[in-house]
Design a protein around this ligand. Structure first.
Ligand code: M6R
Length: 612
């Protein structure tokens, strides 16, 4: 979704802003812009629809915009179509105030009416322009941008991360946050704001995360912070410990391919650092054995691929813990009056840690007294900070919109949590524990073995890339894995695709199978392999062209019926989806490549979904 970057220092701001915005491109956007304050106290606003390159070309890579203080934005349209006028920054009618904004101002219509009644006119259809003009209105009254911002924050409702420049105050800009991520980066003789650390990691690793209701006044030599009561506060500094190269392509054609290839290492980092003497060891977990025993129900709450991790988790956790596990879409959970109580453990899963629906579900569950344990990739993100317990996936920055390594590390971590709880509850025998641990330790190497040879998958992709509809079918863990395989394919290749629990086909969907329909049949779940075979035969009888994914031990059997078979190494049942999903990710990638799609930045999608 939208990205924000701001800079103040002694260097020319515009090239730094463009570079920061380029690093935020992966979040998804449809227009971009910057506002820079010149030495003559003139706010220069440059913005344009489309890719950042268009803007960069207009301003000669930023060189033609003078000034050492500025704010920039990539916009993912919510209010008003993507065009030059609706792009941020927005400039007040008197030219004094420029604003970039992530989030949605819910009462903007009422505020716009108020300003119109005072003679203000609006150029765009955005809620952000209303904030800009309201700051200008109060600024006219009080002559201080900070005071004007405080007054505006008292009036606006909704979510925001704001960067605000005032033409009369060239020594600083102002930042404010509520329900949308924003951080401060500290440089040498310069300072930054960013919605995502990726934008500024090249310049600094020293950051502070803004909390809801906080305001920052950012000057070149320091930053002043205020809390929601408008009182001065000091903020903790955090050090970002990953490298710039982790957010670069490193020779791969796309981030997605790089991130698929990084999965074995990401799993090693996530899992192996939590194993001591062949036991799972969660150093910082606050919940103890008594609490774990008292849990009456586990909820797993997430969106998209993280939700799909939860679907796998439901099968595996129920099996290991013999406790009920419900997996919920975060966007539904918050509105379904959930039956959560203090004996409920709510596991929240999110790569970005900023997904608004997931965040809202977390708050709902917390208010009902549940213990919140989150599995998050981005350190210091909002979800991580509001949870009672956090387990970080150490996947490193994930840039491609389509998640791969975050999904894989979430999956492994959730299984480890199940194993850890199962050990405490006595529902996983020591023999089973040892067997799972043994397979966990071998998982990255098995994945590496699969990633060494992708020729088969490229070949299948070239056979099928021009299909316009695909069904993924499977039972139990294969169904859960199919959900993710199907999402990967549709989001980056734009092929219509659906995942079905195979047993459900005959209740309606099988009517869609006709001559040549591609069915990706998943048969890695050993306990139901025979039933998976029956479903394969069923769809073949109706003309389906089947591509099967199964384990090495079942491949020969599958090949008796299906010509196109992908075999994945055998592992413990709970980890089978971790291996099975890899060819599905690669298949989606190569299909999208052959279709000429914008793989890392698929249309209409954003990496971090910070609106409802
Ligand atoms: O950051 P989150 O894990 O909370 O994001 C949730 C979904 O938006 C995300 O998993 C999305 O479905 C993926 N980008 C799909 O590949």
């Amino acid at each position: 979704m939208c990205g924000i970057v701001g800079f103040i220092g002694t260097e020319q701001a515009a090239p730094i802003l463009l570079d920061g915005l380029q690093r935020l491109e992966y979040r998804g956007y449809d227009s971009a812009g910057i506002a820079v304050l010149s030495g003559e106290r003139e706010l220069q606003v440059k913005k344009s629809k489309g890719r950042l390159k268009v803007l960069s070309d207009i301003i000669n890579g930023g060189k033609s915009v003078e000034g050492t203080i500025g704010i920039g934005h990539t916009r993912w349209a919510t209010h008003g179509e993507p065009n030059d006028i609706n792009a941020h920054p927005h400039l007040s009618g008197n030219g004094k105030i420029a604003v970039v904004h992530n989030g949605i101002i819910e009462n903007y219509v009422e505020l716009r009416d108020f300003l119109r009644s005072k003679g203000y006119e609006f150029r765009s259809e955005t809620d952000t322009e209303v904030v800009t003009q309201l700051i200008a209105y109060y600024y006219e009254e009080c002559g201080s941008c900070l005071e004007a911002v405080f007054r505006v924050l008292r009036r606006i409702e909704g979510a925001y991360a704001l960067g605000i420049l005032c033409a009369d105050e060239p020594e600083h800009f102002i930042a404010a946050r509520k329900d949308a991520p924003l951080l401060i980066g500290y440089g040498e003789g310069c300072n930054f704001i960013a919605s995502d650390v990726t934008a500024i990691i090249k310049h600094t690793r020293d950051v502070s995360y803004m909390e809801d209701g906080e305001v920052a006044v950012v000057s070149k030599d320091g930053v002043e912070f205020y809390n929601s009561l408008e009182q001065p506060i000091t903020k903790e500094h955090h050090t970002i410990d990953w490298d710039v190269s982790a957010a670069e392509k490193g020779g791969y054609a796309h981030f997605m391919l790089k991130e698929i290839m990084e999965q074995p290492e990401a799993i090693r980092k996530t899992a192996f650092s939590r194993i001591k003497d062949n036991r799972v060891f969660f150093e910082d977990l606050k919940i103890d054995a008594d609490y774990i025993s008292s849990i009456n129900k586990i909820y797993i709450v997430a969106c998209g691929s993280s939700y799909h991790v939860g679907v796998v988790g439901k099968y595996n956790l129920e099996r290991m813990l013999r406790k009920p596990v419900e997996v919920c879409l975060a966007s539904e959970f918050r509105y379904c009056d959930p039956l959560v109580d203090p004996r409920s453990l709510v596991i929240v899963i999110s790569q970005s840690g900023e997904t608004l629906d997931t965040m809202a579900a977390l708050r709902e569950a917390k208010a009902l007294g549940a213990h919140i344990l989150s599995i998050v990739n981005v350190v210091g993100s909002s979800i991580a900070r509001e949870s009672d317990d956090v387990l970080y996936t150490w996947a490193g920055p994930e840039i491609a919109v389509a998640t791969t390594k975050a999904y894989s590390t979430q999956l492994v971590l959730l299984n480890m949590l199940g194993l850890y709880f199962g050990d405490i509850l006595g529902t996983v025998s020591q023999e089973e524990y040892a067997c799972i641990m043994n397979e966990l330790l071998r998982l990255p190497a098995k994945m590496e073995q699969m990633l060494e040879n992708t020729e088969d998958i490229k070949h299948f992709a070239s056979n099928y890339f021009n299909h316009d509809s695909v069904f993924f079918i499977g039972r139990n863990l294969d169904y859960a894995m199919g959900l993710e395989g199907s999402l990967k394919l549709k989001e980056i290749s734009y092929i219509h695709s659906e995942a079905y629990a195979s047993g459900e086909l005959k209740h309606g969907t099988i009517s869609l199978i006709e001559d040549g329909t591609l069915v990706v049949a998943l048969g890695t779940y050993s306990a139901l392999f025979d039933k998976a075979m029956s479903n394969v035969v069923e769809v073949q009888a109706r003309g389906a062209d089947v591509l099967a994914v199964t384990t090495e031990s079942h491949a020969a059997e599958m090949r008796k019926t299906v010509g196109n078979v992908i075999a994945v190494p055998n592992t413990h049942t709970i980890f089978q989806p971790s291996l099975g999903v890899v060819p599905l990710q690669l298949f989606a990638y190569y299909v999208a490549l052959l279709r000429g799609c914008d793989i890392d930045k698929p249309r209409n999608l954003a990496k971090s979904v910070t609106v409802e």
